[in-house]
Write a protein that binds this ligand. Structure first.
Ligand code: DQA
Length: 167
């Protein structure tokens, strides 16, 4: 029997507070309930979903660096590190494992500073503003990418970001 596709779902700073943290923005599902839901979705899709949450940037980098050879794709919600962490961007760019960026809230409809992500240019896709559904869609997208079932899009790993003066 073929090995199941392995997905690593990484939750960054403050996502352990889901449920009580700004429920009007992030919803009422707790971090634990979201993790259970994502695991269920993983099982339903026939993939092996491993979840980790950390409030530490260094630990997040270690988890990303350790993903090569152990996981087929990453789903990353870096929390506020999205808007600050060049180190996370470099870590994601430094491994051949494709990554999908997820945000529960629509970061483009919020404060100006949230509209910029250092991470998006090194991710294969971005899902924002869909709440928990974003994780489900990211798992489906990751499966399709890894399985080569993505008609109409060029294949390849993480795209090289196009340099621009603002980056
Ligand atoms: C978030 C959006 C970020 O701007 C914020 O700092 C978070 C959560 C989201 O899932 O909507 O912590 O990543």
């Amino acid at each position: 029997m073929a090995e199941p596709v392995r997905a690593l779902i990484l939750q960054g700073p403050n996502l352990n507070l889901l449920g009580s943290r700004q429920p009007e923005v992030y919803g009422t599902l707790s971090g634990r309930d979201l993790a259970a839901l994502v695991r269920d979705w993983g099982r339903e899709l026939g993939l092996e979903a491993t979840l980790a949450q950390t409030n530490s940037e260094g630990e997040l980098l270690d988890l990303v660096q350790g993903a090569e050879g152990r996981f087929d794709f990453l789903v990353v919600n870096p929390g506020a590190l999205t808007h600050t962490s060049l180190a996370l961007r470099d870590a994601l760019a430094g491994i051949p494992v494709p990554a999908l960026e997820v945000h529960l809230s629509n970061i483009h409809a919020r404060e100006e500073w949230r509209r910029h992500s250092w991470i998006s240019p090194v991710c294969r896709g971005v899902l924002v503003g869909l709440g928990p559904l974003g994780y489900r869609l990211a798992l489906e997208a990751g499966l399709a990418l890894v399985g080569g079932r993505n008609p109409g899009l060029p294949s390849g790993s993480n795209p090289s970001p196009v340099p621009s003066p603002s980056q």
